[in-house]
Design a protein around this ligand. Sequence first.
Ligand SMILES: [Zn+2]
Length: 176
Amino acid sequence: MAVKQVRLYGDPVLRQRSEQVEEIDDEIRDLVAGLVATVDDAEGLGLAAPQIGILKRVIVVVEPGGDGQREHHVVINPAIVSACGEDVNEEGCLSIPGIFAKVKRPQSVALRGRDPSGRDVNIEAKGMMARAFAHEIDHLDGILFTDRISMVKRSLLKRKLNEIKKQAKEMLRSPQ
Ligand SMILES: [Zn+2]
């Protein structure tokens, strides 16, 4: 499965709400393969379908293991069922390259959804993993981590964000 182009901040697709997946068919399996290939190529920790231009509720979160291993948690129609505590830590996004900011997230989350074979899954995640799931689920509702930082911080990043927007426009004009 080919690596897909990651859509950048400013691309309107990142601001739309993704649709629930009704049936896990070839199209969805293809999308899952594309997400996994793309997040690995970018050495990212997570990716959501709208980031490769597909408005479906599918995410992948990567759990780094020993020896550079990467375990992929693919969740279809993920929903957070409970969240506990608060954790403030640095966050980044493949769609907003080069920008990092501290974002407040739950310390732990419980979520449910389906795996690519259609089975129900229940996941409990803490710390960085909880952060990654919350971040990717936000993408499915058109929310970016820069929406969750203070206005002061956002205004400090404005120039960089505008540069990424310019790149996004170029990409939309001449897609790969
Ligand atoms: Zn992201």
